[in-house]
Ligand binder design. Structure first.
Ligand code: ARG
Length: 571
């Protein structure tokens, strides 16, 4: 497919002696359509050419080939050259490309199958899977698919929180009162209760605390009984988490959590010792980071046990060796910004190549708030994720039932699942990730808002139009020259931009770029739909508009799938 930016750069390159690749970078897409489809900002050349932008613009304009096929018009405004591209060519290019590539339209191989490690979801065993983990799961999953679409080999890692002193406590609590709790059927809730209870007891009785510490020590030393219990907690918790993953369609390539690094931390400590930077402070082993304006990174606590940070350092070493990654992303809330800054800094002391340290990237996101206030507290009142997802499905089912549709009960249920889950996912991804998110049912389930259901609804609309024709017209027989209305061109332009959209989303690790695109495309398509009759007497026009609908249908589905949203065919 024609790369208009590149072609315009080529035209400019014929008028002056600057490399095409560089010129391409100076081309912008004007905010205001009146300023053309592309604008070349001449001030970017002012320094090298030692001339004012206005003069440069004039010189290029005088020399440039104004009759090139790719453009309809060029205009000068101050130091800018505005290019109006050949719309007919654009329409033909985009629709032909979509016809050829179908659902693979927009796919690229810039990743050359290199590995991208994405650490996401990563809930803690025996603790509730909270709404923050949901965001991590949704954002990480979207990035996983976006990178795949670009030809990278994405590797999804669920870095489970399955290690640490709290397991010593859980084991102690279970030893004492295990029989009183139904952990088989309701593991997370019951284990949480045990945990709270044993914590209380520890506060009262120093000896119990000592027992807990002992248990953890035994766990580290592979004591059979402790390992058995730990495994039981882990398996039961995972079974709970899987329910959420199943509803969301999440998959991971590895479940190597913190415990996996138990025998790999010794090396980290050795390396840090060798670096000469590991120092003792109040009985703990730390790396001082004052020079970097950060609190110290604790490698070993006073009681000799390792930390979350130590395990992350071991994980860095392991992931470099195992995956030789192009990038390693960590998707967590912004509460962990400091943690990752610290470990990325300390990683430099592990003797690994600089380029690997540079490839580590924290991808933070904002908190979730209920419209009515806080989402959860430490004391309980925690919203269970599985229940939340099921509530989304039920609420959607209610909405569907109220509508006058002739869907079977079975169909209604299937649709409610796609729409309910889609609404939650879309809500999570609709704004730039760092922003705090407001969780409000009415907003996210509004079929006319900037929501998942709205996009799905638009998709269903394209489907029902396509169902009206028996066969899609043959592309050779379609006269694309009839697509000239503003609304039609706007849709085409968005379809054209899809490839760049996905690329930018990956560059910024920002799935919201794709979700905004979906909203734009849905809106522009709806405008087209409201403005123009698709089924008309004029078969020429009808065929072209059907084709436009078909192309929109494919791209809506492709982009939604990148985010993890399934599209219903009816609604
Ligand atoms: N388990 C942690 C939490 O719930 C998140 C782990 C993120 N990944 C990592 N490699 N530190 O907060």
């Amino acid at each position: 497919m024609i790369n208009f930016k590149y072609e315009i750069s080529k035209l400019i390159n014929e008028t002056l002696d600057e490399p095409i690749k560089e010129l391409e970078q100076y081309i912008e897409i004007p905010k205001d359509k009146l300023n053309g489809d592309y604008a070349f900002a001449c001030f970017r050349l002012a320094k090298t050419l030692k001339q004012s932008p206005n003069i440069i613009a004039k010189q290029i304009y005088d020399k440039i080939n104004k009759t090139a096929e790719i453009i309809d018009d060029i205009q000068i405004i101050g130091g800018y050259l505005n290019f109006y591209i050949n719309k007919k060519l654009l329409v033909k290019e985009v629709l032909t490309e979509i016809e050829n590539k179908k659902i693979d339209y927009g796919k690229q191989n810039i990743g050359k199958n290199e590995n991208i490690v994405i650490d996401y979801s990563s809930p803690n065993i025996a603790k509730p899977f909270h709404i923050g983990h949901l965001r991590s799961t949704v954002i990480g999953g979207a990035l996983y698919r976006i990178y795949k679409f670009l030809g990278y080999n994405s590797i999804g890692i669920n870095h489970l929180g399955d290690y640490g002193t709290q397991f010593g406590k859980l084991i102690e609590g279970y030893k004492r009162w295990g029989k009183e709790y139904d952990i088989e059927n309701n593991p997370i809730d019951e284990l949480t209760k045990i945990y709270i209870r044993i914590n209380e007891l520890c506060k009262e009785d120093e000896k119990v605390l000592e027992e807990c510490r002992n248990n953890f020590k035994k766990l580290e030393e592979n004591d059979e009984f402790c390992i058995k219990l730990w495994k039981k907690f882990k398996d039961l918790s995972l079974k709970e988490f899987e329910k959420v993953y199943k509803l969301l369609g999440s998959e991971f390539d590895s479940y190597n959590g913190e415990a996996f690094y138990a025998d790999k931390m010794e090396e980290v400590i050795d390396l840090l010792e060798k670096s000469g930077k590991l120092i003792e402070s109040q009985g703990a082993q730390i790396i001082d980071l004052e020079e970097k304006n950060m609190p110290p990174c604790i490698i070993k606590k006073t009681n000799d046990s390792t930390t979350y940070a130590t395990r992350d350092l071991a994980a860095i070493l392991y992931r470099i060796r195992t995956y030789n990654f192009k990038k390693a992303l960590y998707v967590t809330s912004y509460e962990q910004i400091l943690h990752f800054k610290q470990i990325f800094e300390v990683a430099k002391l592990l003797g690994i190549e600089e380029r690997y340290v540079e490839r580590l990237e924290h991808v933070p996101f904002g908190m979730v708030q209920l419209k009515s206030g806080k989402m959860s507290t430490r004391e309980g009142n925690i919203i269970k994720l599985e229940e939340l997802l099921n509530e989304a499905i039920n609420k959607t089912l209610q909405i569907i039932k109220e509508k006058d549709t002739n869907l079977t009960i079975q169909e209604q249920k299937e649709i409610a699942k796609k729409v309910g889950i889609g609404a939650i996912i879309f809500n999570d991804l609709s704004n730039s990730r760092i922003k705090d998110e407001i969780f409000d049912w009415d907003t996210m389930l509004n079929f006319n808002g900037e929501t998942g259901p709205y996009i799905q609804y638009t998709y269903v609309r394209t489907n029902s139009i396509l169902n009206k024709v028996e066969d899609l017209p043959k592309i050779e027989e379609v006269d694309f020259n009839v697509l000239i209305n503003n609304e039609e061109i706007e849709v085409i332009k968005l379809l054209y931009s899809y490839k760049m959209i996905v690329e930018t989303a990956a560059q910024k690790n920002e799935p919201s770029i794709v979700s905004r695109f979906l909203i734009e495309l849905s809106k522009k398509y709806s405008a087209f739909y409201n403005e123009s009759k698709i089924m008309t007497e004029n078969k020429n026009i009808q065929n072209a508009r059907i084709y436009l609908t078909y192309a929109t249908n494919l791209v809506l589905k492709s982009a939604a799938n990148l985010l993890g949203i399934e599209m219903p065919t009816k609604m």
